[in-house]
Design a protein around this ligand. Structure first.
Ligand SMILES: N[C@@H](Cc1c[nH]c[nH+]1)C(=O)O
Length: 379
């Protein structure tokens, strides 16, 4: 007979517990990011963990029905989904309950999100997401603010070796509809070959698709890649890209020398609903992105669109690596200790662990010190 999960404590794949001290480090890191964005005027919202499936998937322009963890709600008889991303929820709040609030509207959020499938880079399906959204504009000034607040939030949390990889999520669509025409099927094929950076396969698609070949080269360290992108724009003789190029340069300009900038103009992995501008955030020593952001459009109930821009951080790998950990001083209080002295020590930042019986062992309970009369003594 197999043991029921209720007894083994087995959790579903990709879901796990955070134990001490990582659970507290996680809360501390999230607090640090939220405090940084709050200092820049972003006010926190707390959307629910689940909502009607269509409100999660239809609020942002170009968002496709995603892989969602769904359940039929016995109360409403409607399909609910657990949020895989909070940006659409913030968009819903901005478009409905905060529709009359002054723009630009700055909102922040933090909480768990659930991805239906884990990937090899991130086996966890539940992830902490902390971010900020600037609603009412997706101007260059807004992009400068969002990128810099994201960097500041990570730096305040102690992260170093940050790389920002810029992308132009709707670049292929813009070029295909203008100077470098493609049919719909060609466009999909060009996208996947550019994703794979497969020059041979791109050329084999025909002359229309082959025109996109130079874009493979326009990836890498920011300034060199930007020069190549400019050359592509000049060669198509169209200047369609000129405003995007100028915008990217303006966004890059105020970013500190200690941040590495790269450009991957056709990167679209993870940029499902972002429009003219997107960026991924990497940190040295971590595989895969630790954050992502960009411009997008929120659909209002009357069918009109509102521009917005924001970023989300996924700090779990940072927490696993020890970021957010706080040095704590734990003080064991033996039976019969001086309660007033213990209270005073707590006010000084000590964490106290009071004995409940003679059998309690402070050192075994993780205390570094014990209260001996008035004094804290090390074990
Ligand atoms: N929520 C997006 C990033 C984003 C925030 N705002 C705009 N884009 C993500 O997690 O991929």
């Amino acid at each position: 007979m197999t043991t029921p999960n209720a007894i083994t404590g087995l959790l579903p794949e990709g879901l796990s517990d955070r134990l001490p001290p990582a659970a507290e480090a996680s809360a501390h890191l999230a607090r640090s990011v939220l405090d940084t964005v709050a200092a820049h005027g972003y006010a926190r919202v707390m959307p629910p963990i689940a909502e009607f499936e269509e409100t999660l998937t239809q609020r942002l322009k170009s968002a496709r029905a995603q892989d969602l963890l769904r359940a039929v709600d016995p109360l409403s008889q409607r399909t609910l989904a657990i949020r895989p991303d909070m940006t659409a929820q913030v968009g819903r709040i901005a478009a409905t309950r905060l529709a009359a609030a002054a723009r630009p509207l700055r909102l922040s959020y933090g909480g768990p999100v659930l991805k239906l499938r884990a990937n090899q880079l991130r086996p966890e399906r539940e992830q902490l997401q902390v971010g900020a959204e600037l609603i009412g504009t997706d101007s260059v000034a807004a992009a400068v603010e969002i990128v810099n607040v994201a960097i500041e939030a990570l730096q305040a949390a102690g992260v170093t070796g940050i790389t920002i990889d810029f992308t132009l999520p709707d670049l292929i669509d813009t070029l295909a509809a203008g100077p470098m025409p493609l049919s719909d099927t060609e466009r999909e094929a060009v996208r996947s070959e550019l994703d794979a950076k497969d020059a041979g396969a791109l050329v084999a698609l025909g002359t229309g698709p082959a025109a996109y070949l130079p874009l493979i080269e326009a990836a890498g360290p920011f300034h060199a890649a930007m020069d190549r992108l400019e050359a592509i724009d000049a060669a198509t003789g169209d200047g369609q890209l000129a405003s995007r190029i100028a915008a990217l340069r303006a966004i890059a300009k105020p970013i500190g020398w200690d941040i590495t900038l790269t450009l991957d103009p056709t990167e679209r992995h993870g940029f499902e609903y972002q429009s003219w501008f997107g960026f991924s955030i990497f940190a040295e020593g971590f595989v895969g992105e630790i954050g992502r952001g960009g411009s997008y459009a929120i659909l209002r109930s009357d069918g009109s669109e509102e521009p917005a821009i924001g970023f989300s951080l996924y700090p779990d790998p940072l927490i696993d690596a020890g970021f957010g950990a706080m040095p704590v001083r734990r003080l064991f209080l033996p039976l019969g200790h001086d309660a007033a002295r213990a209270k005073a020590l707590r006010a000084e930042g000590w964490r106290t662990v009071a004995a409940l019986s003679d059998a309690d062992d402070g050192a075994a309970l993780g205390c570094s010190h014990w209260l001996d009369g008035d004094a804290a003594r090390g074990y």
